[in-house]
Write a protein that binds this ligand. Structure first.
Ligand code: KG4
Ligand code: ZN
Length: 504
């Protein structure tokens, strides 16, 4: 019937269910016992068929681990033979299989052939008899069972994963961030409270100040993330912890005091709600930002991580498996950008400022040394070039010459990026990877993207990078990484500690 709606039942439906119960069964349930099902029995689940605001059929079950014991199926007289019973059973099975019920069972009168036929159509089979079960006439009950197929279970798991909703928290450096991520790659909210303006005055992140601001901001940021997620999920109400399946948090690497604020918050939510806690490696988060940006991206690939704290070439073989092939032996790429920007008097953070001003400069104006280290090494060293820029600036000043900041910035950037791009593309080719994924704050750099695009094109490699908001620190990427960690069985207990130097 086209104008019949089948939906989950509520206590408001109890009276109408009771009426139908009375019409259909010689030994009906009382209204109190039906109301009890809704109010007191957490294992009861009911659906109703509604026609023009009137309940015309219903079915209920009791949920016992992975078994669903169907208690009643009834259609109001006058509405029979309209496939309403079929509709109700279909929805009941569909819904409960997707919630993890694998085996369904019910009892039916031996003489009720239409019902037996209907259940058989849905895959129920008679597996036993309960002699003299019906008290009023002593009739036997047939016990029927239905066992979900492997395909149904696989589909149910897929659906559950698509709905799995994580609240993620990130506070490893100078952004206080919280996000709600559904199904791994759907971002329902991504709130970032940046402290950049505060740390600007000091030319860099001051750890104690960062911790204090995280503490001031964290509750507000989490609340806002839940609020926006509610809207994104189509509700006028903010999400509550009831809508959240797990809590994810960055536990390293980063500033220990900063990490601890996010971690303590996440643990408090996990303790109060009993929901799983998932600790995430910050760099795993940066890599995962790409899964959000590119829904089709899957491992394996080669990853370049370039941030304020890291410069790594990483072979990613699976969602939770990677091998670090190389890293910086001194400064991280972003750190070099920030330090050089300071030498050039550009301000903080230096990366975006150098990115911008370098566009107006000549990258061949000053020859800075490209440090490739030993042959085939995938490691980096950027402290030399930082000193190189400092020496250049000092000697020019001493000689009384004016410094052309855009030229120096462009030349510095070219020297750094020549090395990064060559080493990353070489690594991908050597390890037979046809995809390169960039992550971390520096991957927002426009010249890095251009150079990488053109080198990748030359070698038939596909290039991926996130949009700028997902390049720098955020919690959506942490939620995404947590999803894949949890899917592989990884969760943590409340002893999880912040590890400032957490290795990948
Ligand atoms: O990933 P991120 O937000 O924080 C860390 O985990 O370190 O990276 C911050 C770094 C800073 O050093 C910043 O200067 C650099 O990323 N950065 C950039 C650009 N945008 C941010 N570096 C170069 N070009 C950019 N456009
Ligand atoms: Zn980062």
């Amino acid at each position: 019937m086209a104008d019949v709606v089948i939906r989950q039942a509520t206590i408001e439906d109890a009276e109408q269910i009771f009426e139908i119960e009375n019409m259909c069964f010689p030994d009906p349930w009382s209204l109190e016992s039906i109301e009890y099902e809704f109010e007191e029995n957490p294992r009861a689940f009911y659906v109703v068929a509604e026609h023009s605001g009137e309940v015309v059929g219903y079915a209920g079950l009791w949920w016992i681990e992975d078994e669903g014991h169907i208690t009643n199926v009834a259609v109001k007289p006058g509405y029979r033979n309209r496939r309403i019973g079929e509709g109700i059973i279909d929805v009941l099975l569909d819904y409960t299989i997707h919630e993890g019920i694998r085996h369904h069972t019910l009892e039916v009168r031996r003489s009720n052939e239409p019902a037996i036929n209907l259940y058989e159509k849905f895959g129920f089979q008679v597996e036993g008899v309960r002699k003299g079960y019906y008290q009023h006439n002593g009739e036997d009950a047939l016990i029927m069972w239905r066992h979900a197929s492997d395909e149904e279970i696989a589909e149910a798991i897929r659906m559950m994963e698509d709905r799995f909703t994580i609240l993620a928290i990130e506070s490893s450096c100078d952004e206080t961030a919280a996000a709600v991520v559904r199904g791994g790659r759907t971002v329902l909210s991504n709130v970032i409270s940046s402290q950049i303006d505060i740390h600007k005055a000091y030319g860099g992140v001051v750890p104690e100040i960062a911790s204090r601001h995280h503490l001031d901001n964290i509750n507000h940021v989490v609340r806002q993330a839940l609020e926006e997620a509610g809207q994104a999920a189509g509700s006028e109400e903010p999400m509550t912890m009831d809508d959240i399946d797990a809590i994810a948090v960055t536990y390293g690497p980063g500033l220990v005091g900063a990490l601890l604020i996010g971690l303590a918050t996440a643990k408090a939510y996990a303790l109060a709600t009993g929901k799983p806690l998932i600790g995430v490696h910050h760099i795993q988060g940066h890599i995962s930002a790409n899964y959000i940006e590119h829904p089709d991206l899957e491992p394996p690939f080669m990853a370049l991580i370039v941030s304020g704290g890291h410069t790594n070439i990483v072979e990613v073989t699976d969602y939770n498996e990677c091998h670090v092939l190389g890293g910086t032996r001194d400064d991280a790429a972003g750190e070099a950008y920030d330090k050089v920007a300071r030498v050039l008097g550009l301000g903080y953070p230096g990366g975006p400022l150098i990115d911008r001003i370098a566009k107006e400069g000549n990258p061949d104006a000053v020859e800075f040394k490209r440090v490739f280290l030993e042959k085939d090494s995938m490691d980096f060293s950027f402290s030399g070039i930082k000193t190189g820029v400092l020496n250049y600036v000092n000697s020019e000043k001493q000689a009384g010459r004016e410094i052309h900041v855009a030229d120096v910035a462009a030349s510095f950037q070219q020297a750094v990026l020549d090395v990064i791009v060559k080493k990353t593309v070489d690594a991908a080719r050597k390890m037979n990877k046809d995809k390169i994924v960039m992550a971390g704050g520096v991957s927002a750099n426009s010249h890095l993207r251009e150079m990488m695009e053109s080198e990748c094109k030359k070698h038939g490699i596909k290039l991926y990078y996130p949009s700028p908001i997902l390049c720098t620190d955020n919690a959506a990427m942490i939620g995404c990484a947590a999803h894949y960690k949890y899917r592989a069985g990884g969760s943590d207990d409340l002893t999880l500690d912040a590890i400032p130097g957490l290795p990948l």
